[in-house]
Design a protein around this ligand. Structure first.
Ligand SMILES: Cc1ncc(COP(=O)(O)O)c(C=O)c1O
Length: 448
C-alpha cells in the first residue's frame, strides 16, 4: 500500500495517485514531495488543501480576471450542459457560436470581425499561422510562407507556436520546428525600471526590414508578436515599436498577427492590447480571459478581407474554404461561458476598473525597487513582473524560492526563468495589492 504523505495537506491523495499525474510545466519531483493543492476558489482567492485562503496574484493563469466562481458564469454553464452538451463542430452549428462570435467583435478594434474558434491559446496561434499561409496561397502568392516571430516570444506549445516563439530551450529539447525567423526582443537594459511603456526601443522594429532584405517579402507570410510579451516576464512594447512594425508590414504586404492570449479582454485596461497601444493587426489570437478561464477556449479574429479571400477562392459553395478546425471548436459550453464572461466584463465595468487600479498597482510594485536582488521591474495594466539577479549558475532558483515563500504566506505568484510575474484580478482591492507586494518584499528579504 502506498504511504499517505502529509495526509491533511494532500487531501488524502496517495503517493501513487500523485505520481500518476504527469503535471505540465511543473517540477514534478519537487511538487510531489510537498504538493500545493487547490480545492476551491471564490472571488480573488483560492482555498488550499489545508483550508487556507490564498490570494490569486495571477488570476489563475491570466484567465480569471473577473474573479473565481462567478455565479453568472456558473449558471450559464450548468444550464448549457443540461440543454446542449455537445454539438458537432463541422458542417453544423449551434446558435451560441454565432452569438459569441458577434459579441467578441464588440471587443475588437474596427475591421476585425471574423471569428474562428479553437480550444486553447496554442491552437489559436497555430490556426492563425495556417490562415496566414493559406491566405497568400489563395491570393495566388504561394511563395509567401515564411513566418517571423520574436526572441523571448511565447506563442504556446504546439509546433507552429513553438517555432515562431523565442524560448531558446525549446529547440534544445524538441528540435527544430517549422522554418521561421525572429526579431530581437525588446528587453533593453537602459529601460530597466520603466513604468508602463519604455521610452527606448522603437528602432528594434527595424529588424523586420533586415529580415525582409534577407528573405524578400515575396517569401514572408506574416509577423507574429505579443503586443505585451507576457510569459517572458511582462515586456510592454517600447513607445512607437508596434506602430513601426505595422508600417513595415504594410509597406511589404505582410500580415501582422497580434497574439493577445494574455492581453485580450481587459488586462491592459482596454478591450485589447491593440486598442490600448493604438495599432490594429490583421489577425488576433485570444483565449484565457474569453471564458474567464472556466471552460477552455481560444478564438482567432481576422479582418474581413482575409475571410472574404477564402470565400471567393472556395470553389463550389458546398466545398470547405478552410480545411481546419477542432472537435471542440465553438464547444457549446465554452460559448455559454464566453457569453456570460463578456457580459460580466461589460456589466461590472471591469475593463475600466483595470484602468483605475493600474496606477495604484504600478506605484506599489515599483516600491520594490532597491530591494535585494531586484534587477528590474516592469508593468502595464494589471500585469507586472520583477527580474531577479541570478544565483550563481541557477537563474531560476531565486524566483522559485520567492514564489514558494509567498505561497506559504498566502499569496500565489508565478515564477518562470529569472522572473516573478503578477496578473492581478480585475476585481482586486487596494489593500490586497498592498498585502501582496509586502509579502513579496518579505519573501525577497528571506533570500540568502
Ligand atoms: C501569448 C500567448 N500565446 C499563447 C499561449 C498558449 O495558450 P494555451 O496555454 O491556452 O495553449 C499563451 C499562454 O500563456 C500565451 O501567453
Amino acid at each position: 500500500m502506498d504511504a499517505m504523505i502529509k495526509t491533511e495537506q494532500n487531501c488524502g491523495l496517495s503517493q501513487e495517485q500523485l505520481d500518476a499525474h504527469w503535471m505540465p510545466f511543473t517540477g514534478n519531483r519537487d511538487f510531489k514531495k510537498d504538493p500545493r493543492l487547490i480545492t476551491s476558489a471564490k472571488g480573488n482567492y483560492f482555498i488550499d488543501g489545508d483550508n487556507r485562503q490564498v490570494f490569486d496574484g495571477l488570476s489563475g493563469m491570466w484567465t480569471c480576471g473577473a474573479g473565481h466562481c462567478r455565479d453568472e458564469i456558473s449558471e450559464a454553464v450548468s444550464k448549457q450542459v443540461s440543454e446542449l452538451d455537445y454539438s458537432p463542430a463541422f458542417q453544423y452549428g449551434h446558435p451560441k457560436a454565432f452569438q459569441l462570435a458577434h459579441r467578441i467583435c464588440d471587443f475588437m478594434p474596427e475591421g476585425l470581425n471574423r471569428v474562428f474558434f479553437t480550444g486553447s491559446g496554442s491552437e489559436a496561434v497555430d490556426t492563425a499561422l495556417k490562415i496566414a499561409r493559406a491566405y497568400w496561397r489563395k491570393k495566388g502568392m504561394g511563395t509567401k510562407t515564411r513566418l517571423i516571430g520574436r526572441v523571448k516570444g511565447y506563442h504556446g506549445v504546439n509546433y507552429g507556436g513553438m517555432s515562431v516563439g523565442g524560448i531558446a530551450g525549446n529547440r534544445a529539447l524538441y528540435g527544430q520546428g517549422i522554418d521561421t525567423d525572429h526579431l530581437s526582443h525588446t528587453l533593453l537594459p537602459e529601460n530597466a525600471f520603466s513604468k508602463g511603456m519604455p521610452e527606448k526601443g522603437a528602432y528594434l522594429a527595424d529588424d523586420l526590414e533586415n529580415l525582409v532584405a534577407l528573405h524578400d517579402a515575396s517569401n514572408i507570410a506574416a509577423v507574429i508578436v505579443e503586443p505585451l510579451a507576457g510569459s517572458a516576464g511582462v515586456l510592454p512594447p517600447p513607445v512607437g515599436y508596434l506602430k513601426r512594425l505595422r508600417e513595415i508590414c504594410d509597406k511589404h504586404n505582410m500580415l501582422l498577427i497580434f497574439d493577445e492570449v494574455i492581453t485580450g479582454f481587459g488586462r491592459m485596461g482596454a478591450k485589447t492590447g491593440s486598442e490600448e497601444f493604438g495599432v490594429v493587426p490583421d489577425i488576433m489570437t485570444t483565449a484565457k480571459q474569453l471564458t474567464n478561464g472556466v471552460i477552455p477556449m481560444g478564438a482567432v479574429i481576422s479582418k474581413q478581407e482575409i475571410y472574404d479571400t477564402f470565400m471567393e477562392a472556395g470553389g463550389p459553395d458546398y466545398m470547405l474554404e478552410l480545411p481546419h478546425g477542432y472537435t471542440y471548436s465553438a464547444h457549446p459550453v465554452a460559448c455559454a461561458a464566453g457569453l456570460a464572461s463578456l457580459d460580466l466584463l461589460e456589466n461590472d465595468k471591469l475593463v475600466e476598473r483595470v484602468k483605475t487600479m493600474s496606477p495604484i498597482f504600478e506605484e506599489k510594485l515599483h516600491s520594490l525597487k532597491g530591494v535585494k536582488y531586484v534587477a528590474d521591474i516592469r508593468n502595464y495594466g494589471l500585469a507586472g513582473a520583477l527580474t531577479l539577479e541570478s544565483a550563481p549558475g541557477e537563474p531560476a532558483l531565486r524566483p522559485y524560492l520567492v514564489a514558494m515563500s509567498c505561497w506559504k504566506k498566502g499569496f500565489y505568484v508565478r515564477y518562470g526563468g529569472d522572473t516573478l510575474q503578477l496578473g492581478l484580478p480585475f476585481t482586486v482591492e487596494v489593500e490586497e495589492i498592498d498585502l501582496l507586494i509586502n509579502a513579496m518584499g518579505d519573501a525577497l528579504g528571506e533570500l540568502a
